[in-house]
Design a protein around this ligand. Sequence first.
Ligand code: NAP
Length: 313
Amino acid sequence: MSAPIRLALIGMGKIAHDQHVPAIADEADIVLAATVSRHGGGVDGVPHFTDIAELIASGVAIDAVALCTPPQVRRAIAAQAIAQGWHVFLEKPPGATLAEVAQLQAAADAAGVSLFASWHSRYAPGVEPARAFLADARIDAVTVTWREDIRVWHPGQTWILDAGGFGVFDPGINALSIVTRILPRPFFITDAALDFPANRDAPIAARLAFTDDAGLRIAADFDFLQQGPQSWDIVVETDRGTLTLHDGGARLVLPDGSEPAQAHALHGEYAGLYRRFAEIVQAGTSDVDIAPLRHVADAFLRGRRITVDPFVE
Ligand code: NAP
């Protein structure tokens, strides 16, 4: 399609307002045509609806939707959108289960629409230079430290610690989306310990170990109760020295101390996501990589469950 893609934004919570609205405004090939939310506010001058059924009934012309709801309810809304012949941009994680994402992919293919499983952290400026460096290196060990304060970053978002909300894997899957992008070979989980608060149904911390066919050691430490300095770091030891991605991939430090990536805010990641979405819609393709979600599912399959103190916000 050559005209701007008329997009409806669904689930007007934190990420929709903070990142999607400004990124759409900056993307020439996409125009915000509607917003949908039960309680969340809309955008001045843009038609607003309570749910997708109301949007469909309105007759407002739509080509695509971006779904910013929690993962537990995303599949049903995506299926309705695909049935309308609309292209679908899924916030991360793309679904609450692997099978439902596969089903959406099959439905999108059958309907001839684009499905985009977005991974915003892959668009952080350090990620592609790190991938290029690691393509030529022998990788010996990877250490992931993803420790943030749920009370600071997710106030009132009770869905995160509900079943299907991913708990600490809501941020942790961002780390996995980077590691699966920068490492040249696939890897798999060998051990996991998941801490579940006694009063919640999703983990608040996790310690994970992965390896690959060559015996690479990958260790990940995810914690949602970190106070003081916050960490979103990936350290990769190689035969050419140690590479570090800081700040969720925004800052890359190479072994010689050089920093090829300029740090910038999350907004740059969303500009990249919407550029990519416009590209796949225009090309008539989809972009659905479930590797990060598969590692989370495997952590739940393989992990030991440890009950810890109740979480009280
Ligand atoms: P949020 O602030 O809780 O917003 C989600 C919105 O979805 C809510 O405002 C709510 O709007 C709607 N919603 C909630 N439950 C719903 C239901 N049962 N049915 C339909 N709509 C429902 O969460 P968020 O932080 O924006 O995160 C949303 C998604 O974006 C998550 O998958 C998260 O991983 C991802 N994400 C978040 C961030 C971040 O920094 N916060 C960054 C990147 C990606 P209404 O009640 O008005 O319908």
